[in-house]
Design a protein around this ligand. Structure first.
Ligand SMILES: *Cc1c(COP(=O)(O)O)cnc(C)c1O
Length: 429
């Protein structure tokens, strides 16, 4: 499979090059040259397949022959070594829990897959690759954990100072080894812009091979399509039309869901549920794409003002506003509504949703499911990652899981930077 830059369709690279480069040299996102639907028999017989086999069948055309079949299966079975359960919340709504991995947010799958692909491509290479990544909260921890100790890879994580939760900060600042955390005086978009600028700065790229582990990187982005297929496998026998509501920030996760749909996955409708960072919601109302600086909210992993993956979504709908609007809606909810959503779920069912999952739930409510529809919201992080908000909102507490306990007493280590100049100095060292 080749990938082309969304800025220039003639600029093509293979899977490994796209993974190693992250972003195309012209700053465009890479996009698969063509997406071949899987045979309908694959979806009809999906109950007979295990998660590794499902993942292998759905990802293989994107990897091509660059990783041998058995090696790719080994990577996938290692990456997917935890559960992705559907938990019913009401008659027609369920939570798809994506937080059973090592850092308890959905980004573990993409980060681990990318780390193992890069490890594979780098095994006979003596030059280190530097993974430079911006985080709004959960990417940092997932990438740090996924890449910890991977040979030939240094990881540099930028996060907005004071704008990630305590547990999120611990997960990305306490590991040491090949992981360095830089706390930036600014918001997430500042971090993301600095990363994109560094990619184009030849003084830096002559000195180090840089790549990105944000969802702009295809190896971080594409494996997220598995979630939607795993959900389908669990819900296939209830014979209702599936509607997914995806708490969205950079729109990588929902975009991967749309790729799954292109592969033939039966999905009736996609809902992007956002916090007050509502650029896409406004776009669907006005057809005018007008990004605004990101605002801090209690669902901080979605504090993105200018979602990178939205251009991929437009491409998946053939750049047609009408096609997009047929299959895709977007709704935004502020912090008060988010807290009300958490309370509603908890009071009705005793289920503790994190602020991101609660926004997903609210999206389904707003959509007003018909009798033929079944709604699934993606529960993208374990509520313990937002302990203070959960305690304040629900007047309950949560037991700290062992994965989180481990980082609670470790010392946070990070380097404070103000702007691009300092990032550059750091990378040129
Ligand atoms: C990253 C993240 C999101 C947003 O995902 P995108 O792919 O950036 O849209 C939502 N919820 C949580 C908990 C996250 O960590």
């Amino acid at each position: 499979m080749n990938y082309y830059s969304l800025h220039n369709h003639t600029l093509k690279v293979c899977f490994s090059e796209a993974v190693i480069q992250g972003l195309a040299p012209d700053r465009g996102l890479y996009f698969p040259e063509d997406i071949k639907p899987l045979p309908t028999s694959f979806f009809e017989n999906i109950d007979k397949l295990d998660n590794t086999e499902i993942a292998f069948q759905t990802i293989k055309q994107f990897v091509g022959d660059e990783i041998p079949e058995q090696e790719l299966k080994n990577i996938l079975s290692d990456v997917l070594s935890f559960d992705f359960p559907i938990v019913p919340i009401s008659d027609n709504i369920a939570s798809l829990e994506l937080f059973h991995g090592p850092t308890m947010a959905f980004k573990d799958v993409g980060a681990r897959f990318m780390a193992r692909c890069l490890g594979y491509f780098n095994k006979d290479n003596d030059n280190n690759v530097t993974v430079l990544v911006a985080t709004s909260g959960d990417t940092g921890g997932a990438v740090a954990k996924g890449f910890l100790g991977v040979k030939g890879v240094d990881v540099v994580i930028l996060y907005p100072s004071g704008k990630v939760s305590d547990i999120q900060e611990r997960q990305l600042t306490t590991l040491g080894q090949n992981i360095t955390a830089l706390q930036v005086d600014g918001v997430f978009d500042d971090c993301q812009d600095m990363v994109k600028t560094a990619f184009l700065d030849t003084e830096i790229t002559n000195h180090r091979q840089l790549t990105s582990a944000n969802s702009i990187n295809i190896a971080r982005w594409l494996p997220q399509l598995f979630y939607f297929v795993f959900a389908y496998k669990q819900l296939k026998n209830n014979h209702k039309d599936l509607v997914f509501s995806v708490p969205s920030g950079n729109f990588g996760n929902i975009c991967a869901g749309i790729v799954a749909h292109k592969l033939g996955l039966p999905v009736k409708h996609f809902i992007a549920s956002t916090n007050s960072n509502d650029t896409v919601v406004r776009y669907l109302e006005t057809s005018n794409y007008d990004p605004k600086p990101s605002k801090a909210t209690i669902s901080n992993a979605m504090d993105v003002g200018n979602p990178s993956n939205f251009v991929r979504i437009q491409k998946l709908f053939n750049d047609s506003f009408q096609e997009l609007k047929n299959d895709f809606s977007a709704y935004s909810f502020d912090d008060d509504q988010t807290r009300e959503g958490m309370k509603e779920i908890y009071n009705k069912t005793q289920y503790i949703a994190d602020p991101h999952g609660a926004i997903g739930y609210l999206g389904l409510k707003k959509h007003q499911l018909s009798d033929d529809e079944y709604g699934v919201f993606l529960e993208t992080a374990h509520p313990v990652k937002f302990l203070d908000t959960v305690k304040d909102t629900l007047d309950t507490t949560i037991e700290i899981p062992p994965q989180i306990e481990k980082v609670m007493n470790k010392e946070k280590k990070s380097i404070a930077i103000k702007g691009y100049k300092e990032l550059k100095e750091f990378l040129l060292q």
